[in-house]
Design a binder for this molecule. Structure first.
Ligand code: PMP
Length: 372
């Protein structure tokens, strides 16, 4: 079976598995303990992993906090900001095409008296910068905008969004789950981004581990938010609990590999994407319509309509030979809110499937499409 659902999750890189194994076996020390070798080894391994992710994202080591993944980071940051700054304001701005872990967190906050603006998007899922500027008021405490869309791959203009939030002195959070390891990302160049979320399993790391970037303030102290988990004070006091060292080591190794191969992977994914689109067009001609834009996008995500075909049935029938999806794995039972927000009709939404590629795929593997 050809696995083309890499936006849902990816296979673990063999070197990631090898790096993790000792921390499931002999290196079982608690990194919060001291002096004896297993504790110090675990502490060192966690530090190295933090450093590797910080290098990949272009931030300081102590700005990286480990969480169980993007769902948790999104919840922690949005609820943490809302709670800590509730006296400053009660207005949050987000978009109509966020992942459910952002959208439903915002909807929950609405039930607690917060006011949320859901920005419209263009036909590829990008927000309008002027619209964002217009919606910011003196009550706005947070802007949360997805960096790269998980269904269409479109990238938002994060440079402009970061500048607007900086100029207006408003915190900016971005869900970067789909872009870490797929674009050059140097957070030092985006001074307006205060918070970011990511998950290791989207870039060949293990599941159940991810990170929140929480920027240091002008005194080099972490920007304050209400902690997610109170307790032993791990992760700068934001998320207490014994660290999952084996998973953190896996995330670190995946980050190191992604960083080393970044340019090559981006080119490889672009080439694979071009080849896939070429094959689809040759085979299906006017029976298909590509929903994704062809510039300013995450390489390797292709959203395509198979006109007149039910997407659920298509994905099911393809399953023995090709793994694809109708959209986000987290909302696969409902028609996509992302595709509806970009203006597709319900018939167009119901005939769309997403292929997402990885650097483990070879060009020849895609020739399977010729045989469909
Ligand atoms: N945000 C985006 C954009 C995603 O694609 C995903 C994963 N589908 C998540 C958040 C949630 O990630 P996780 O399931 O690893 O918590």
């Amino acid at each position: 079976m050809l696995y083309l659902d890499n936006s849902a999750t990816t296979q673990i890189h063999p070197e990631v598995k090898d790096a993790m194994l000792p921390y499931l076996m002999e290196e079982y020390g608690n990194p919060s303990s001291k002096y004896y070798a297993p504790a110090e080894n675990a502490k060192r391994a966690v530090k190295e992993a933090r450093n590797a992710l910080a290098s990949l994202m272009g931030c300081k080591e102590n700005e990286v906090l480990f969480t169980s993944g993007s769902t948790e980071s999104n919840n922690m940051i949005i609820k943490g900001v809302a709670d800590h700054y509730s006296e400053k304001g009660n207005h949050i701005i987000t978009t109509k095409v966020e992942h459910p872990s952002v959208l439903e967190t915002c909807q929950y906050l609405e039930t607690k008296g917060y006011d949320v603006t859901y920005l419209d998007v263009d036909r590829f899922g990008r927000i309008d910068i002027l619209d964002l500027q217009k919606q910011i008021t003196e009550k706005t405490i947070l802007v949360s905008v997805i960096w790269g869309n998980n269904e269409l791959g479109s990238l938002n203009d994060m440079d402009a969004i970061s500048n607007i939030c900086l100029e207006n002195n408003v915190f900016l959070h971005t869900d970067a789950t789909q872009v870490v390891s797929k674009i050059e990302m140097d957070l030092f160049n985006y001074p307006g981004i205060t918070f970011l979320s990511c998950s290791a399993h989207k870039f060949h790391g293990p599941k159940g581990i991810g990170a929140a970037f929480i920027k240091n303030d002008e005194y080099e102290l972490p920007t304050k938010i209400t902690p997610l988990l109170h307790g032993g004070g791990q992760e700068n006091g934001f998320r207490s609990g014994t660290l999952a060292v084996h998973n953190i080591v896996g995330l670190g190794k995946a980050s190191e590999i992604a960083n080393k191969n970044l340019a090559e992977n981006i080119n490889n994914l672009k080439e694979l994407e071009g080849h896939l689109i070429g094959l689809l067009k040759e085979k299906f001609r006017d029976q298909i319509q590509i929903n994704s834009d062809n510039t300013e996008k995450i390489p390797g995500i292709v959203s395509v309509q198979f006109k007149g075909v039910n997407n659920e049935l298509l994905v099911k029938n393809l399953a023995p030979i090709i793994a694809a999806s109708t959209g986000s794995a987290c909302s696969s039972s409902k028609p996509s809110h992302v595709l509806a927000a970009v203006g597709l009709s319900i018939d167009e939404v119901r005939s769309t499937i997403r292929f997402s590629l990885s650097c483990f795929i070879k060009k020849e593997d895609l020739d399977i499409f010729k045989e469909l």
